[in-house]
Design a protein around this ligand. Sequence first.
Ligand code: IMP
Ligand code: MG
Length: 183
Amino acid sequence: MITETINNYGYSGIKQILFSADDIKKKIKEAGMKISRDYAGKPLLLISILKGSFVFLSDLCRAVEIPCEVGFMAASSYYNGTVSSGNVKITLDLDRDISKYHVVIAEDIIDTGRTLASICELLRKRDPLSLSVYTLLDKPSRREVDFSADVSLFTVPDLFVVGYGLDCGEKFRNLPYIAEAEL
Ligand code: IMP
Ligand code: MG
């Protein structure tokens, strides 16, 4: 736990900061370097799964030091605040053919694994040159389907977390750090 005073930016409901803006920046720098090495000279498409990963992708793409393109998809699996419905619906799809790209998905958090398992199944059918998953956060204790990311920046216990793109009832996305929410 970070003991410095929490700047909650006017929100109530923040219990503790788990990862500071600096912690996140360091991990993203490493992830960006890895992507730059692994995909040098290759056509690269970074995909953000909205809305939760819009902050992650915007920092990650600026840590990538090779040419890349970005794309956006949205899926909804959480219909009632914090309770997963188990169904994954694609609510926004990519605007292009991915068969000529190496695709890297940037996701905010893998919880049950259902969202990414179904997105990856869908994208594999479209025959990308390769497909890999970078997740900012991983909650392995909550997994309901067999799914793991290629790269996970932080592992979190079974807590509901917010900030840096992640929300609780659409709030807290603009916090620059990742915190445990008071439910
Ligand atoms: P999954 O399909 O259960 O893996 O859920 C993935 C999605 O649920 C994530 O992309 C988030 O949008 C949301 N989610 C899961 N856990 C949390 C959390 O602790 N805080 C905020 N959103 C979460
Ligand atoms: Mg999400």
